[in-house]
Design a protein around this ligand. Structure first.
Ligand code: FVH
Length: 288
């Protein structure tokens, strides 16, 4: 990046905000930072950042304002103390689609423009291969600041509706936590006999990899609403086999509470006549 690179302000210097500011500095951009606890600015100042004494001062320093705080309430609290006229606010704080849409409306009322983002990386991944960020909001605003965003990782624009980045983010996190549930339950069973989780880990990783095709296979069925084609492991069979998971857990002295929601849905799906269909038909029971 050349010496005339656009400057940026980063509000929030937790683990993630610090990583974002570090990536911008690493790309040669002038960066102004602010954090509620001022000490967290010191490592970034040592790398060339300017620490503002107030959030208002930080926002005044750059047109591009990147916000990475704990949650929507802290974002509202901090942005409520500053003037946003003429600022491009990019909120990379985790939140819901509704929060993003409401914040976009509020920022517009303050005279600013707004993009929401969802970071799909942990702090050490920022600026490294594999990190990416969802963005949503005005496309021209995204394109204007894309070079700055690209310093964080891949920039994945998902639409004009400001709620779409959070929707994509939370959908991926839902998938991730679903996997974590299964992994934790598997290890609880293994440990109930004193077996080694470390020795079991390659089996578990390999099995999850082998079953990873479910995401792609289910997608076509879900979009079409037709769960009756190419059925190889029908829902009725899976509902019956699933019964053994909580039964075995009880015998082994392991809680089945992580399994209970899917267990109930499988039983309901079978009871409501979907036993011959693909497992993905369970999604129909999730619609409210
Ligand atoms: N770290 C991660 O693995 C994930 C990866 C994906 C994205 N998330 C989201 O990023 C947001 C920030 O996460 P973080 O890891 O930086 O979180 P902390 O290290 O806990 O830092 C929190 C910062 O928020 C400041 N803060 C909290 N409440 C307030 C408030 N009321 N007023 C002003 N600032 C506030 C806090 O300040 P301080 O405690 O240092 O004074 C930190 O700067 C988050 O949405 C993740 O879900 C991270």
């Amino acid at each position: 990046m050349s010496g005339n690179a656009t400057s940026a302000t980063v509000l929030g210097l937790g683990d993630m905000g610090s990583a974002l500011a570090g990536a911008l500095l690493g790309a040669g951009r002038p960066v102004t930072v602010w954090n509620r606890s001022a000490d967290k600015a010191k490592p970034l100042v040592a790398k060339g950042a300017v620490a503002a004494e107030s959030a208002a001062g930080a926002v005044a320093a750059s047109e591009l304002v990147i916000v990475c705080l704990l949650d929507d309430a802290s974002v509202r609290e901090v942005l409520g103390t500053v003037s946003l006229a003429g600022r491009a606010v990019v909120n990379l704080t985790n939140g819901t689609p509704r929060q993003a849409r409401e914040l976009a409306g509020w920022v517009a009322e303050q005279g600013g423009t707004f993009l929401d983002g969802g970071i799909m990386a942990i702090p050490p991944m920022i600026g490294q291969p594999g990190a990416f960020v969802f963005y949503s909001g005005p496309k021209d605003l995204f394109e204007t600041h894309r070079a700055a965003f690209d310093t964080f990782g891949g920039s994945n624009y998902v639409g004009e509706d400001p709620g779409l980045a959070a929707l994509h983010d939370l959908a991926l996190l839902s998938g991730m936590y679903g996997q974590f549930i299964g992994i934790l339950q598997a290890y609880a069973l293994i440990r109930s006999e004193g077996l080694s989780a470390v020795e079991f880990a390659p089996l578990l990783s390999g099995w999850l990899g082998a079953m990873g095709g479910f995401a792609e296979e289910a997608a076509g069925q879900i979009d079409s609403g037709d769960y009756s084609k190419d059925v190889v492991s029908n829902l009725g069979m899976q509902a019956a086999a699933f019964e053994n998971l909580p039964l075995a857990a009880a015998d082994q002295g392991v809680s089945a509470e992580l399994l209970a929601p899917l267990h109930q849905l499988l039983l309901r799906g079978a009871a409501e006549g979907h036993g011959a269909e693909n497992l993905a038909s369970v999604i129909e029971l999730l619609k409210k």
